[in-house]
Write a protein that binds this ligand. Structure first.
Ligand SMILES: Cc1cc2nc3c(=O)[nH]c(=O)nc-3n(C[C@H](O)[C@H](O)[C@H](O)COP(=O)(O)OP(=O)(O)OC[C@H]3O[C@@H](n4cnc5c(N)ncnc54)[C@H](O)[C@@H]3O)c2cc1C
Length: 251
């Protein structure tokens, strides 16, 4: 890492906010005025709004990520996790991918750590469910869903088929609504390649504690989205008491 005497602007988190903050700072700075250091455990920024499309296979996973070193050639990019920040001493502790943690002094600090998927107080969800924050999860979800079609296609056991062909998505916000829409389209379309699985055999459930989906948009758009999805796919925002399913996604 850089040990020059220039002041260091430390950006913790190289996601959407961190990447664009670093880009803007570098653009506004005079030559060699300061060192901009970006620390993230991943060497790439994930454009999360495209994750549902990646899960559906409509875009390639590499189009969802942006390598930090490529888009921030004038920044110092460190791949590691910031574990502590000491504001008084102006020092952050970085745990790199390998080796001992070390202290990194800074003069200015930008904290852009993002959020983690909510696990809700639902026993087992965090352990069994598939989140939707990273490209690995999106591709994992796609493979998992297709595997369920394989399972259902290869058995005559109705209980196994029902469990394999029931897909539960928890959370009716943007992420959940978009993910169920994209994955459902993909799965129902894929049914044409299967002998024993039909489009209508699949059940997609969008579960939310609220009585409406898409709280981020106005009531009319949300109710429009809800009625469209009901008509197209018989989704439900009610809460089934017990639904055997091998797929639970939390968004
Ligand atoms: C499926 C989905 C669909 C979405 N669709 C939309 C949409 O249509 N429109 C919209 O406006 N928004 C959408 N969003 C939300 C949008 O993606 C987020 O608001 C945005 O990514 C937030 O940016 P951020 O930089 O705060 O967090 P992130 O982009 O999540 O970045 C946080 C970064 O911090 C890093 N980090 C975490 N812990 C540490 C640590 N200890 N040390 C160092 N680095 C760390 C992470 O690795 C990550 O790179 C969607 C989100 C999802 C999941």
């Amino acid at each position: 890492m850089s040990t020059t005497e220039r002041p260091r602007i430390l950006v913790v988190g190289g996601g959407y906010v961190g990447l664009y903050a670093a880009r803007r700072i570098l653009k506004k700075m005079r030559y060699a005025e300061a060192t901009v250091t970006v620390v993230d455990p991943r060497s790439y920024m994930t454009y999360q709004p495209f994750l549902p499309e990646a899960a559906a296979g409509s875009i390639s996973p590499r189009h969802v990520v942006v390598p930090l070193r490529r888009v921030l050639p004038k920044a110092e990019v460190l791949t590691g996790r910031v574990t502590t920040i000491d504001q008084d001493r102006k020092v952050a502790t970085v745990a790199p991918l390998v080796g001992e943690a070390y202290e990194l002094p800074f003069d200015y600090l930008v904290v852009a750590l993002g959020a983690v998927s909510r696990t809700f107080p639902i026993p087992g969800l965090a352990e069994q469910g598939i989140g939707m924050k990273g490209v690995e999860e999106a591709i994992g979800l796609r493979n998992h869903v297709l595997e369920q079609l394989d399972k259902a296609d290869s058995t005559t056991d109705e209980d196994v088929r029902r469990k394999a062909l029931t897909f539960v998505f928890v959370g009716g916000g943007f992420a959940g609504a978009e993910t169920i829409g994209e994955v459902e389209d993909m799965a129902r379309d894929a049914a044409k390649y299967y002998t024993n699985v039909k489009r209508e055999d699949m059940r997609f459930l969008l579960v939310d504690v609220a009585d409406k989906i898409l709280p981020e948009v106005g009531p009319s758009s949300a109710s429009g989205a809800r009625s469209t999805s009901r008509a197209a796919a018989s989704r439900s925002t009610s809460r089934p008491a017990w639904t055997p399913a091998w797929t639970a996604t939390w968004c």
